[in-house]
Design a protein around this ligand. Structure first.
Ligand SMILES: Cc1cc2nc3c(=O)[nH]c(=O)nc-3n(C[C@H](O)[C@H](O)[C@H](O)COP(=O)(O)OP(=O)(O)OC[C@H]3O[C@@H](n4cnc5c(N)ncnc54)[C@H](O)[C@@H]3O)c2cc1C
Length: 395
């Protein structure tokens, strides 16, 4: 067997650019995934379930809202460490990273940023420990890429609000203790408010969606609000426009940019190892130029994606990150991860479609990751507008 000079996935020694704390966060997530998640993921993917019981362990490890302050029971890590945690979780499965990112970026972040002190004290420490779970209800059956068109309405009544509407494709919907539901105020003003709707509230129900072939190890639900009363103290007081949900999406997209690299890395490592062992026409397939071209493309895109993320994280920590820059990283990294997964699947031949190997699971998952939190083309339009000044969304 010919021995390679380079064995890992860190082709540019990006490790050197990380602090001790960042490495520790990454390694902690990696050993959790290796020890507790990978042994069970295949079975969950087959059954279409998520191991919700891991929430407490994830909480103990400090992964929920890990970039939020310690004052509210969170780990207070920087954004590079937060990104690296996402990378490792998604090396396990996009469903695991989604579980943690929804809780962190789409529920804890808005409560921290737009919530009252009472809401922060009530929810953040419990969510950080994994004792309370949240979901984020923005998408509706008829409004996905254009959430501003939402039909869910909030009518002011004495002591609070009454919500009516339907949300679809909501991750963690059936297991959440609290749903952050975005609704338009029914006064014609166009204001959009965030409502913390608790499980058990009269007029609120959820139903798990079935039939997914992607992100199977993740719970996805519909939320129904039928004359659902929400008290005034459960409305996020500090935001009343689409800026609220869109700023949450920026947080989650940032985590996805890192996460996609984890899935890509898992596919690359599996394909590389397989290619070095699989003998066809008298030599390992790794010795054929066409196979090498695929492996080279994979490691090159992983390396470029990592540099993009690291720079983005440093900008975020310096308070200089723009949402359009996040769009570029999300678009680029997920699109490349999907292509890497497809190439890896090809290298494994028939073995590429069986769940004995992680590739087909990642490949199917990445179809969702390329669509949610802004489709690949929606991010293209966001960047297109940023660099030309022309809004090509079609309004
Ligand atoms: C498994 C899963 C989990 C999810 N979890 C959540 C969640 O927790 N919370 C939540 O709120 N949502 C969630 N979503 C919803 C997700 O964010 C939406 O699916 C996504 O925003 C795309 O919306 P859509 O599916 O309605 O597609 P559409 O908006 O109908 O888009 C369909 C196609 O049209 C293209 N398109 C749309 N507009 C334009 C345009 N102006 N120009 C060119 N092309 C365009 C798109 O790029 C896409 O190719 C989840 C989705 C999935 C699949």
């Amino acid at each position: 067997m010919n021995e390679p000079a380079f064995r890992g996935t860190d082709y540019y020694d990006i490790e050197e650019l990380l602090s001790e704390e960042e490495r520790l966060a990454r390694d902690t997530a990696r050993s959790f995934v290796d020890g507790e998640y990978l042994p069970v993921v295949t079975e969950h993917f087959r059954r279409g379930t998520f191991p919700v019981e891991l929430a407490k362990t994830i909480g103990e490890l400090g992964f929920f809202g890990s970039n939020l302050p310690t004052e509210y029971g969170c780990a207070g890590l920087n954004n590079v460490a937060y990104g690296l945690i996402n990378q490792e979780l998604e090396r396990g499965d996009s469903g695991l990273r989604s579980f943690v990112s929804v809780q962190s970026g789409l529920v804890m972040y808005p409560i921290y940023t737009y919530g009252s002190e009472e809401q922060k004290r009530r929810w953040l420490p419990a969510m950080a420990r994994g004792e309370a779970l949240g979901c984020f209800g923005l998408t509706e059956p008829d409004f996905g890429s254009n959430p501003a068109g939402m039909l869910t309405r909030a009518e002011p009544v004495s002591g609070g609000w009454v919500l009516n509407g339907t949300k679809r494709w909501i991750t963690n919907g059936d297991v959440a203790d609290v749903a952050l539901v975005w609704a338009k105020v029914a006064d014609g003003s166009g204001a959009v408010r965030g409502f913390l709707v608790e499980r058990g509230a009269a007029g609120f129900s959820s139903r798990e969606m079935e039939g997914k072939f992607s992100l199977r190890a993740s719970i996805t639900s519909e939320l129904f609000l039928e004359d659902c009363f929400v008290p005034e103290n459960a409305v996020l007081p500090k935001v009343s426009s689409m800026r609220g949900p869109l700023s949450c999406l920026t947080q989650a997209r940032y985590g996805i940019s890192w996460g996609a690299l984890g899935a890509a890395e898992a596919c690359y490592e599996c394909a590389r190892d397989y290619a070095r062992e699989r003998i066809m026409f008298s030599r390992p397939i790794a010795g054929y130029q066409l196979v090498q071209a695929k492996l080279v493309r994979m490691i090159t895109e992983i390396t470029k994606g990592r540099l993009l993320c690291l720079r983005l994280g440093r900008l975020k920590d310096a308070g200089r990150m723009r949402s359009e820059q996040v769009s570029m990283a999300k678009m680029n990294n997920v699109s490349n991860a999907l292509e890497i997964a497809r190439m890896a699947r090809d290298i494994l031949g028939a073995n590429g479609i069986i769940d004995e190997y992680p590739i087909i699971r990642h490949m199917l998952n990445l179809e969702t990751v390329n669509t949610y939190e802004g489709t690949e083309d929606v991010h293209r339009l966001i960047i297109g507008k940023d660099i030309t000044g022309w809004d090509a969304f079609g309004q």
